[in-house]
Structure formats: C-alpha cells, structure tokens
Design a protein around this ligand. Structure first.
Ligand code: HEM
Length: 399
C-alpha cells in the first residue's frame, strides 16, 4: 500500500511553523487537542493525533496503524528494521534482540559496568568544579552503556555518539542535504563493519549482548538484519537516556525543595524518571500508516493515510494528567506514553531506567557537592520529534 500524502476528507488542515515547534511544541499541541485532535499538517506531511485516548487506541491496533510507513527517512538511512516492521516479521527480530535488555539481565549483566563508567566520567570532571553535564557526562555515559549492551567492544563511546548523531541527522533530513546523507552513509558503513566483526566473534563465544543474542536466536536472523537493527538502536539509544537525564536534573536544580525531598528518599528517583519522561518526552512523536479505512477522532482516515502519534502531546493531555504542564512528582499514577505502547513498546526501557534513575542521577547529586545551574548560560530545550536540553552548565564545590 503506497502512502497518501494528502489530507483525509474532513480532516482539519492546520499550518504549523516547524521552527516554532522546535522551540516549544506544547502550546500548539494544547490547541490541537482542544480544536482538532486529528489534523493534517502540511509542513509535516502527516495527520497529527494528539489526544491520549486516541493514541492509546491506535497503539492497540497495530494491524490497522502499521509501522511499515512507506518512504520514511529512517528506512532510507538504516534499511529495514524492527521499528518499521509489523508482526510476524517484527516479532522475530524483537524476540532475537530483546533478552539482554530485560530487567534481570540489566541488573545481573550490565549494572556494575554502567556504574563504573559513571564513576570514571565523574572522576574526570569532579576536580573542575564546572561542566556541561550533557556533553561531559550524560552523552558519553549513554553511548558507552549502549556499546556494552549491544556487544560493540570494537567501538568507543565517541564512535557510538558520532554515529548516533549522523544517523539522527539522516532520519531528520527532510531538506535532502547531500552532506547529511554522506555522513549518515559513512556512519552506517562503519557500523556494518563493526557488527560483522563482532557477530563473527560471538558465534564462537557468546557474550550475552544484543548482537550475540541475535546471532544465536531460535529463529534465524541474517547478519544484514543484525546490522540494520543495531543501526536503529544506535540511532535512538543515546539521545533519549541523555535527554531524560538532562531534563530531570535541570527540573530538580530549579526546584530545591523537591530536590531535597528526593535526596532524602532515594526510592523516589524512579518517580523522577517517569515524571520527566512524561513532562518532556525525549521522543515526541512517531509515524504510522493506515492499512485500511478507519475512523478516529471524528475523521475517517482512508487506507494509506499517514499519521503521527504525538506522544509528547498525549503526555500533556489534561483529561488524563491534571495540571499537565507542571513537573509534579506527587501526581497520581497514570501510565505515560513516553516509551510508546503495543508491540513496539521501547525495548530499551529498563536499560534507560536503570542507567539514569539508579546510577546517573544518584551519583551526580552525591558526588558533585553543592551542585547548581550556571545562570547566564544558554541551556535551551530544543526539538519536537526528539526533545531535550542542548547543554546543561552546572557548577559545584570542587574537592
Ligand atoms: C528514556 C529513554 C528512551 C525513550 C523515551 C525511548 C522511547 C521509545 C519509543 C517511544 C519507542 C517506540 C517507537 C515506535 O513505536 O515507533 C521506542 C522503541 C524502541 N526503543 Fe526506545 N527509548 C529510550 C531508550 C532506549 C534505549 C536505551 C534503547 C536501547 C538499549 C532503546 C531501544 C529501542 C528499540 C530497539 C525500539 C524498537 C522496539 C520495537 O520496534 O519493537 N530505547 N523507544
């Protein structure tokens, strides 16, 4: 089924300025939820679905809301992969890749190494008394942890972070910039080589990693499939943990009373994680394509229609989360949508939860004494497809 690139009959057409959306998408989303919960946005070339209940409904119908969107930039950048497949193809790849990311494996196989890396990064900056916690800590930590879980011993944290940036730029290359494609292709070739080398090694000696799990899967997986799935995981597994770390730390540093309570009750770091991911969702939206005609939010979408599930908006839906724009650790528990839902529910959720809420935040706040924000820095929130702080400048009393 080829994708329809026009509005469904009867859908509201709403012009959104992408530059404005990058700066702060939330006012536009609030307006859409109120007046046009399913709207065709020409600058995005998709219908945006913005209310919580509608997004949840779509997630529960993967046979109608297919992940196999035609002509997506992600497919062009990394090739076919589990994120853009439907079952049963998706299930085969996911079952092969997932075991090393389950809670028990995270605890037993990876947690100690995550913690060692976090200490090493803090050893490097502690004496300085100042840092950008995004560039100097959160990004290298997320990249090193990802290399470990994937099984890419032959790649450094810097390689992973560079490849991730190059592929993210490819996925967002709506302007068709040839330099962006060139960098993305260089990154994907380098990943292919690294994966092929490790796949060969773990065939003889399994090591518990994602690559190893895919090589030894019950249902066979080709090396090319492992390569593409590793690409998609590198493309998405660095920035989201980094961004949730940055936004959560920033929110707490601006709320000393809340921070004080959290420091007295370490179990509450888990709540900080879930509330941060709800409040500023690291992934703001993702695409689906209709396999048949389907009515949702008062509009019948024809087969082939392109829809974006705007989880960042669902996570601010006032009918589900009271005072949804506020960061509030005491709000009543309602499941947020930041990890998606249905068969594609984030495979790295437990990796991200552990590295950020059990390791990164507790270590940063205990080792960097008197941590505070630097007032005159331009630490901005940026993005709507992906959203987070571009930097997080802090100071503390150097020992
Ligand atoms: C706070 C951190 C993270 C957030 C908010 C997040 C969010 C998401 C979301 C929303 C999806 C669903 C996308 C869709 O349905 O189209 C997803 C899928 C996925 N995520 Fe994450 N992610 C995070 C961290 C990670 C990490 C660290 C890894 C790797 C270890 C990872 C690996 C994956 C994979 C492989 C999928 C595809 C699953 C499938 O298709 O079955 N994620 N993630």
């Amino acid at each position: 089924m080829s994708a329809l690139t026009t509005a469904a009959p009867g859908a509201a057409v709403v012009d959104l300025d992408l530059a404005k959306l990058r700066r702060d998408p939330y006012p536009a989303y609030a307006e859409l939820r109120r007046t046009a919960p399913l709207a065709w946005v020409p600058s995005i070339g998709r219908h945006l679905l913005t209310r919580y209940e509608d997004i949840v409904r779509a997630e529960k119908l993967p046979e109608v809301f297919s992940s196999r969107e035609q002509g997506s930039l992600l497919l062009r950048t990394v090739g076919p992969n589990m994120l853009r497949e439907d079952d049963p193809e998706h299930r085969r790849l996911r079952a092969a890749a997932e075991p090393p990311t389950r809670p028990r494996q995270v605890r037993d196989l990876w947690a100690d190494a995550f913690e060692r890396t976090a200490h090493e990064l803090l050893d490097r900056i502690e004496g300085r008394g100042e840092a950008d916690l995004i560039a100097d800590f959160a990004e290298p930590l997320a990249a090193a942890n990802l290399a470990l879980v994937l099984g890419l011993r032959n790649a450094s944290a810097d390689d992973i972070a560079d490849w991730s940036r190059a592929m993210m730029a490819g996925n967002g290359n709506y302007a068709d910039d040839p330099d962006v494609w060139l960098r993305a292709e260089q990154a994907t070739r380098a990943i292919e080589e690294a994966v092929a080398e490790r796949a060969e090694a773990v065939r003889r000696e399994p090591d518990g990693s994602v690559i190893s799990s895919m090589v030894h899967a019950a249902e066979p997986v080709e090396v090319a499939e492992i390569q593409n799935n590793v690409k998609v995981i590198i493309g998405g597994g660095v920035n989201e943990p980094r961004d949730v770390f940055g936004v959560g730390a920033w929110a707490l540093l601006q709320r000393p009373e809340t921070l004080g309570k959290v420091l007295k009750d370490p179990a509450s770091w888990k709540r900080v994680f879930e509330e941060t991911a709800r409040w500023i969702s690291p992934i703001g939206m993702y695409p689906r394509q209709l396999t048949e005609d389907y009515e949702i939010a008062g509009v019948t979408l024809p087969a082939g229609s392109r829809v974006a599930l705007v989880i960042a908006s669902g996570n601010r839906d006032e009918s589900v989360f009271e005072r949804a724009d506020e960061f509030d650790l005491d709000r009543p528990h309602r499941p947020h949508l930041a990890f998606g839902g249905g068969p594609h529910f984030c495979m790295g959720a437990w990796v991200a939860r552990h590295e950020v809420s059990a390791i990164a935040w507790p270590l940063v706040f205990s080792r960097l004494k008197g941590l505070r924000l630097v007032a005159d820095q331009d630490d901005r929130m940026d993005g709507w497809v992906f959203r987070g702080l571009t930097s997080l400048h802090v100071t503390w009393q150097a020992p």
